[in-house]
Design a protein around this ligand. Structure first.
Ligand SMILES: Cc1ncc(COP(=O)(O)O)c(C=O)c1O
Ligand SMILES: N[C@@H](CCCC[NH3+])C(=O)O
Length: 455
């Protein structure tokens, strides 16, 4: 039927979002696949499956691409924040921070992780459309910037910190009314989105913020969505943002930061063709330069918040193939030892992936199979109708592009423990998240005393 196309693809070392596999993916002398110098089937044997594998070099390469591209194409100050919702852990926050990125967090958990990984509060921004008092206070105490999303944020902050010394740096998030081609669940720029102030409320909010001595408005924020392949929506976004930036200045806020969010897409399957990081950055930089020149305003500090394009293609998941079902005249199912609990994206967004048998990635593909998860849901299908070499129970399947929004969106559905996560680099592997055990799940259960027989 053919040969796996994974290795036919030109690897773009500078922009990992354009590769399906991590940039260090290679074949050993026996044509088995390695990543970060580690043989994938050895990792499966050593750490068990399912296993998230993350390639450190790919993450670093994406971080460097964003920073280098901004240096090349934008004459003003700039800053890159890693959207840690994509994959938040001590090790990953530490890696991206060591590359000079800040961290975007949306919860107490992500905030604590960033702080504990050693990131300075000044390098963190807190998002959220319903922040708790605890989140707001912790962000304030750690000197993070808070993105105000609605009036609730302003009222809570006034209550919590107006009696304290000093001020808090704020960016105001608004919905820019820009649509983009991506799944409706991950579009955020349209006017009826739950995120941010409506454009009609922005000017009044600028005026209102002048009344609070604790409020220091430093910038504007908008984010239009995720897994975007077009460049024009971000160009349109910059125009809308520049108008509001000017308005804020006219109303007496000396703001400097223009945070255009994240959203650059990645390649999950061979037909995906996202722009590379350099083109994306150059396009938004030129749009900002033009928009600010036209309005005769000093260039802002340009901030972007990529998540997926930093880490999706740095990751893959290893599974072991188990049961096989051949339906006479119909599909062949191969079942794996994970599924929608470790990767909920196919069932949530009908997302597509590429996979191969990691010890035979170049073998002739002679069957079309559907890869089924082990959960009690018919929709728990990770890949539909993919060509593979004949596979046997015990073979290790690698599913690529799972570095973003997999572990971070995982669940314990069917009381299935979360997989371990291992970081690979220069032929070394390090466990960065320990595999959960069924007993771990019981830790949170309580049997009411009255259920326990007395005497
Ligand atoms: C506010 C905000 N910033 C940044 C991101 C990161 O987006 P992406 O992973 O598409 O780069 C998201 C997620 O879509 C987001 O909601
Ligand atoms: N969770 C989404 C991305 C949404 C990002 C958050 N605004 C995905 O897996 O594609």
């Amino acid at each position: 039927m053919g040969v796996s196309r994974l290795f036919d693809l030109n690897k773009d070392q500078n922009s990992p979002n354009r590769n399906i596999t991590p940039i260090t993916a290679e074949l050993d002398n026996s044509d088995r696949m390695t990543v970060g110098g580690c043989l994938l089937s050895d990792l499966a044997n050593q750490y068990g499956t399912p296993l998230y594998v993350i390639d450190e070099a790919s993450i670093r390469s994406s971080c460097r691409a964003y920073r280098k591209a901004l240096k090349q194409s934008y004459p003003g100050d700039s800053f890159v924040l890693y959207a840690s919702k994509a994959n938040s852990s001590l090790a990953i926050d530490r890696i991206v921070a060591s590359e000079g990125l800040g961290i975007d967090v949306v919860s107490e958990g992500e905030l604590i992780t960033a702080l504990k990984s050693g990131v300075a509060g000044e390098q963190i921004v807190l998002h959220g459309n319903n922040k708790s008092d605890k989140e707001l206070l912790l962000a304030h105490e750690s000197n993070a910037t808070i993105i105000i999303d609605n009036q609730h944020d302003i009222q809570r902050l006034d209550k919590l910190i107006s009696h304290k010394e000093g001020s808090v740096r704020l960016m105001l998030r608004f919905t820019p009314g820009i649509e983009c081609h991506t799944h409706e669940y991950i579009r955020t720029g349209h006017l009826d989105s739950k995120f941010g102030f409506d454009p009609e409320q922005v000017s009044d909010t600028f005026a209102q913020l002048k009344d609070y001595k604790w409020a220091k408005l430093v910038g504007l924020h908008a984010h239009i969505g995720s897994q975007i392949f077009e460049l024009s929506p971000h160009m349109d976004l910059v125009e809308v943002m520049a108008d509001f930036f000017l308005r804020a200045k006219d109303l007496g806020h000396p703001i400097k930061d223009l945070n255009i969010g994240g959203g650059l897409g990645v390649k999950y399957i061979p037909s995906d063709d996202p722009p590379d990081i350099y083109s994306w950055v150059e396009t938004v930089s030129n749009a900002v330069i033009k928009a600010f020149d036209t309005r005769n305003i000093e260039l802002p500090r340009l901030i972007c918040e990529p998540g997926r394009s930093i880490i999706a293609t740095a990751g893959l998941t290893l599974y072991r193939i188990g049961a096989r079902k051949d339906i006479p005249g119909g599909k062949t199912y191969l079942s794996i030892d994970g599924g929608m609990s470790d990767n909920p994206r196919p069932i949530t967004y009908q997302s597509t992936y590429t996979a191969c048998l990691v010890d035979r990635p170049l073998a002739n593909t002679d069957q079309v199979v559907t890869i089924a998860g082990k959960h009690c849901e018919s929709g728990d299908i990770l890949l539909n109708n993919i060509a593979l070499p004949t596979a046997s129970s015990g073979d290790v399947l690698g599913v690529f592009g799972t570095g973003a929004y997999n572990l971070s969106m995982s669940s314990n559905y069917n009381r299935i423990p979360r997989p371990a996560s291992v970081l690979v680099n220069n032929a070394q592997s390090d466990l960065v998240q320990v595999r959960e055990l069924p007993e771990d799940l019981l830790r949170y259960d309580r049997l009411p005393d009255r259920f326990i027989a007395k005497g």
